[in-house]
Ligand binder design. Structure first.
Ligand code: LR7
Ligand code: MN
Length: 617
């Protein structure tokens, strides 16, 4: 019948639609798959002259010529083995000149091979058998334990393996790969390229997912065309991605941009003037494989800015990260005797910030970075505190070593000359340091309630969300040796004489040795007049202790904790007595702004120091 024919047609029609729909769906699916699977098109823009978005001339001959000129001036073997390198004649002069503007010998870097060979800097020393090993060797489980230790790498096992191994002999076989993120603003091209080459040459290719270069809107010409050309020709066989930021974002947000496009399991951040050395990546990746909440720092060796020598600091000892109450990163000795001379990861209270490895997902889970931090500084302590307080760990990995060029000053300037380090540190102090932020704000009173510091809601929410522990917990558990100016001390605050003169550091720089001075008391407690008498009898600023020298001068020098000339007895009447000198701290005859001495003890107003706070003993 007619109606049944219509129905059949309808069904057929429908079938066609269904088929069509299926095909369409399949196409769509494949498209999505394609977009998902095929990695983003390399964001390297081929250099050249563009008109209305179209490449008119690729300039390749121009760049090729430039590059060949440059390459022809490279001196073979210069700086090999990391030895100090020197130029002669005109180049030597120009090189010295360049130090003044770039804090780096740029001429030398340009003459040095980009793939120079470094000596393997890793520790060669065999470590003494540990107590643990001796214990285990008497155990009947010895064989089983050693067997599991060969296959897995637990802390326990490391100690066992260490007895017969050096860094070089450790067998690491990580399954995780890494995206190495290198950020730069107006760095020297040859220095950036040497960083990249060292990563390519020293990382097994199956572990290196990609290298991501983030250009923080450099203005330097050679970092535009020439760098792109170099990457798309000399480095075409390597997976290098170049991300250009449209405007200057500062190093914190630049790193975030790099992390956002990264695909590797582990992110490793590097400054753009580093050199990775043999076997640097494996121990980092292995450790993260074992514990994804471990954030790792290699030993950071010094590459001299003057002669690009790679120095290894006697090759066995190393330091870990601390901080000062003024909000700066510092190097500190490893406190735990059993951690010294180890080849396995060592707890580090903080990190310097520029070179570290972190599981990519953990990076995001733990709060990446404070996006509102501008420019330079502060992010390193922020991340350090956050990692510890929110359930991660920070460690230095002695078997991984990377060189970094330490420059005497920043060769770049910041927009508006803002004190980004101060502002960023104020942000982290408010969010992470609880009451202990009081010390930082004594250094920076102007920043305490300053709107310039910006909104902190998100970061405080993050701390809540992650249920992070207190700063007190951090100090107690991670950094118990940190000196807290007003805790467990005999006395603290301003120390004044009857003439309203106070102990004063005379604006001594935090890391310099200088006299313990006398100065008119300020009407408020400023850091330059904040002194403590520690429980152990040191008269100290933060890390600097008053020490008696031969002629009776009193200097502020680094605290050594061994008493002797840094040991003082504070009597109830305010006398400050040095048993080593057998004399007393005296302001007698000392002018305003001059250094103090110890003199024969006598009952004199010049020898009595009244501290703001004295704890009963
Ligand atoms: O606006 C900027 N944009 C950038 O991309 C300013 C800088 N940068 C880049 C710059 O090109 C470089 O590659 O950021 C990187 C770091 O800048 P540096 O090398 O001038 O910094 P630094 O080495 O003096 O400072 C240390 O502290 C900083 C605090 O914000 C960063 O965390 C640095 O990465 C960090 N460097 C190290 O940890 C290396 C070891 C030094 C020590 C101790
Ligand atoms: Mn640096």
């Amino acid at each position: 019948t007619f109606s049944s024919i219509m129905l059949l047609k309808c069904i057929r029609l429908k079938r066609i639609y269904v088929k069509l729909a299926f095909v369409l769906l399949a196409v769509l699916f494949l498209l999505v798959l394609y977009v998902k699977l095929v990695p983003e098109v390399n964001s390297v823009v081929y250099p050249g002259v563009y008109k209305h978005g179209k490449l008119v001339s690729n300039l390749s001959n121009v760049f090729e010529q430039k590059l060949r000129d440059y390459e022809s001036k490279i001196i073979a073997n210069l700086g090999d083995d990391g030895d100090p390198a020197y130029l002669t004649g005109d180049d030597a002069k120009k090189g010295d000149e360049s130090l003044k503007t770039f804090a780096l010998n740029t001429v030398l870097s340009d003459r040095m091979p980009l793939d120079r060979k470094l000596r393997d800097p890793r520790n060669k020393k065999q470590v003494e058998p540990s107590f643990l090993f001796i214990f285990i060797s008497f155990s009947i489980f010895k064989i089983t334990i050693i067997y599991t230790c060969i296959n897995k790498r637990h802390h326990l096992c490391f100690d066992v393996n260490v007895t017969s191994h050096t860094c070089k002999k450790f067998k690491y076989d990580p399954k995780l790969n890494t995206s190495v993120i290198v950020i730069f603003y107006n760095e020297l091209l040859s220095v950036i390229l040497r960083t990249i080459w060292s990563v390519i040459l020293q990382t097994p290719s199956h572990l290196l997912q990609e290298i991501i270069l983030v250009d923080d809107a450099s203005t330097e010409g050679s970092l535009k065309g020439l760098l792109d050309y170099y990457v798309s020709t000399r480095l075409k066989d390597h997976n290098i991605r170049l991300v250009r930021l449209k405007s200057r974002m500062g190093l914190i947000r630049a790193r975030l941009q790099g992390a956002r496009v990264a695909q590797g399991d582990v992110l490793i951040f590097l400054d753009a003037h580093c050199e990775a050395t043999m076997g640097w990546a494996e121990p980092l990746l292995s450790r993260i494989e074992e514990d994804r909440t471990a954030v790792l720092v290699p030993i950071i060796d010094v590459i001299e800015a003057t002669n690009l020598a790679y120095s290894t600091n006697g090759d066995s000892s190393f330091q870990v990260g601390g901080f000062s109450w003024s909000g700066h990163f510092t190097w500190i000795d490893i406190q735990d005797e059993k951690d010294k001379n180890k080849l396995t990861p060592v707890k580090s209270p903080t990190m310097a910030g520029g070179l570290f490895a972190i599981d990519r997902n953990f990076f995001w889970d733990i709060g990446s970075y404070d996006e509102q931090m501008d420019g330079w500084g502060g992010e390193n302590l922020e991340m350090s505190f956050r990692i510890w307080q929110c359930g991660g760990r920070l460690e230095t990995v002695p078997c991984s070593r990377v060189g970094h060029i330490f420059r005497d000053f920043h060769p770049y300037s910041f927009p508006d000359n803002k004190d980004t380090h101060g502002i960023n540190t104020a942000r982290l102090a408010h969010v992470w340091m609880d009451d202990y932020k009081r010390f930082f704000f004594m250094y920076q009173p102007g920043l305490e309630d300053n709107p310039i510091v910006g909104d902190l809601t998100h970061r405080k929410q993050l701390r809540q969300k992650l249920r992070c522990k207190s700063f007190r917990w951090y100090l107690d558990n991670v950094y118990p040796e940190k000196f807290v100016l007003d805790e467990h001390v005999q006395a603290y605050g301003q120390a004044r004489t009857e003439f309203d003169m106070c102990l004063d550091d005379l604006q001594l720089a935090e890391d310099k040795v200088g006299p313990l001075g006398l100065y008119q008391c300020h009407p408020y407690l400023a850091m330059s007049q904040y002194f403590s008498v520690s429980a152990g009898g040191e008269l100290r600023k933060e890390n600097f202790c008053a020490e008696v020298f031969g002629a009776g001068d009193v200097q502020l020098t680094e605290c050594h904790g061994r008493r002797r000339e840094q040991y003082w007895v504070l009597y109830r009447n305010g006398t400050v007595y040095s048993p080593a000198a057998g004399r007393c701290l005296s302001g007698e005859g000392v002018e305003n702004g001059k250094g103090l001495k110890v003199r024969d003890c006598k009952n004199s107003v010049h020898q009595r120091w009244k501290f703001d706070h004295v704890n009963a003993t």
